[in-house]
Design a protein around this ligand. Structure first.
Ligand SMILES: [Zn+2]
Length: 118
């Protein structure tokens, strides 16, 4: 069990940080025994990269929805723009879905590691 910093993000996600200290089982320089323990938790105050990406895409999606409802009030004049915007929303939806899956895969991954020390 070797000691590492833990970075905790505003969104509740976290990741391992710098290696801090060896345990008694591992004496080789530059090696860790593979079991991670938390030395200290550092609050980053920001969201993780994935959540930031998801947020950005959700803001863009909301902006598209806004534009569509504005165009729809104008009648049929913006038909083509609305169709394009609908496509953009569909793309954003699948990108957001992918990112969300990636996030839960990653949470499961580090969740497994962190359960090793309980
Ligand atoms: Zn996150």
């Amino acid at each position: 069990m070797c000691f590492f910093d833990q970075h905790r993000f505003a969104c509740g996600d976290w990741k391992w940080g710098h290696f801090r200290q060896h345990c008694a089982k591992e004496y080789r320089i530059g090696e860790t025994c593979g079991m991670k323990l938390i030395m200290q938790t550092l609050q980053t105050g920001t969201k993780c990269k994935l959540c930031e990406k998801i947020d950005t895409k959700q803001r863009r999606r909301a902006a598209e929805v806004d534009r569509i409802s504005r165009w729809q009030r104008e009648g049929t004049k913006f038909r083509a723009s609305i169709d394009k915007s609908m496509d953009a929303i569909r793309n954003l939806d699948s990108e957001i879905y992918e990112l969300t899956c990636e996030r839960s895969r990653r949470l499961q991954g580090i969740g497994y590691q962190s359960s090793a020390h309980v």
